[in-house]
Design a protein around this ligand. Sequence first.
Ligand SMILES: [Zn+2]
Length: 189
Amino acid sequence: MNRWFKNGINIKNVLVIVVCFIILPFLILPYLSNISVGFHENAHVEVGAEYGINLTYIPADLLTLIPETYQTLGKRISGIAEMTDEDKEMFCNLSYEQRRHIAMAGPISDIIISIYLSISMIFLIVIFVMNEQINQNKNWRSKIRIILSVLIVLLAFWLMQINGSTVLNLTDPCGDLDKIFNCRKCLGI
Ligand SMILES: [Zn+2]
């Protein structure tokens, strides 16, 4: 930081920081969260099938994913698992334990992905520290530093998004948890 003020701000460094840590995560995050949403919804679909409930995962439109993600501020309007009125009726007629099994499959998938992402992040941070301490080639050291920093920032944003959506699913009216207790109201039947 001090060196920047002594030599004047280096425009190239500022551009690298803006592109790598603001623009890139902003553009890539919707696609990363779309992956975890896919696992979440498919977990509902798979467990639902065990009880004869047909949930259909409708993938999000990848072309409109970025504006949609930021317009709805994390509340998904596409890429969700849907079911017919008949299947909704069947779902609500299941026992409490069975409904809980289907409804909690999504948040459990989110928690498993969060654990994998956290382990990956720790792994990348260890490589980052090793690169700083061991790598003798200055040019390669700074290139690897930027690549690892971007990956760590992306993983951190992705983790925050998944954890945020898990909290919403467990606390929101008609989130995954509420659907177990207020099935008919939440599914509109
Ligand atoms: Zn869910």
